[in-house]
Design a protein around this ligand. Structure first.
Ligand SMILES: CC(C)(COP(=O)(O)OP(=O)(O)OC[C@H]1O[C@@H](n2cnc3c(N)ncnc32)[C@H](O)[C@@H]1OP(=O)(O)O)[C@@H](O)C(=O)NCCC(=O)NCCS
Length: 174
């Protein structure tokens, strides 16, 4: 597992995975390109033998206390082996480095796998956005994690930064 920052050159592979993973509500290529290039974003990819098998993105405006997990996806053939968790932990570590206090996300109500991942990393449901995902007419579950609690729960005795610890678990991330 190798994690690294996403670049514009990854756009084609990211969009192929985006369309395969979110058949009814994939982002447009223009939106994804904008996200990857944004100074407020932090997008990473997961590679295996040179092929892109996952990506994830954080939106964390410098100096802000809130951040959002924008997206996280692992190719179907690579799921269930800890890669999604490693991506999420890398995003949390980056948010911690940026001084964020609370991390938010939205997840489809009919996506128990992603919800289980988020709950296991300390996210809690704080509300719902009825019928948010169209055209499927599915509610969004809004979740929040206290990042200082996340750091304390996972690295209570460590003096190393949360980012260093998460990267050590998840691979190499620049
Ligand atoms: C959600 C997703 C990123 C998880 O990635 P993954 O690499 O398969 O997940 P991991 O192997 O890291 O597992 C992390 C946790 O997810 C949950 N999980 C993973 N696979 C699961 C399954 N088949 N059934 C139930 N829970 C599952 C478990 O809580 C698991 O923790 P555990 O291994 O300690 O039990 C991946 O399933 C995916 O890309 N799904 C499609 C896109 C998507 O829904 N993205 C989220 C949008 S909000």
């Amino acid at each position: 597992m190798t994690l690294r920052r996403a670049t514009a050159d990854d756009l084609g592979a990211i969009m192929a995975l985006e369309r395969a993973s979110f058949p009814s509500d994939a982002w447009s290529e223009a939106m994804m390109a904008e996200e990857i290039a944004s100074p407020h974003g932090w997008y990473i990819v997961d590679e295996q033998a040179g092929a892109l098998v996952g990506y994830a993105g954080l939106r964390a405006v410098r100096g802000a206390k809130d951040a959002d997990v924008q997206t996280i996806t692992i190719a179907e053939s690579a799921r269930g082996r800890g890669r999604g968790r490693a991506l999420l932990r890398a995003l949390m570590a980056e948010a911690s480095d940026r001084g964020v206090h609370d991390v938010f996300l939205e997840v489809r109500d009919d996506n128990p796998v992603a919800q289980a991942l988020y709950v296991s990393e300390g996210f809690q449901e704080i509300g719902r956005r009825p019928r948010y995902y169209q055209p499927d007419d599915v509610d969004a579950v809004v979740m929040k994690a206290d990042l200082r609690g996340w750091v304390a729960a996972r690295h209570p005795e460590s003096s190393a930064s949360a980012a260093d610890a998460a990267r050590a678990q998840g691979g190499v991330c620049s």
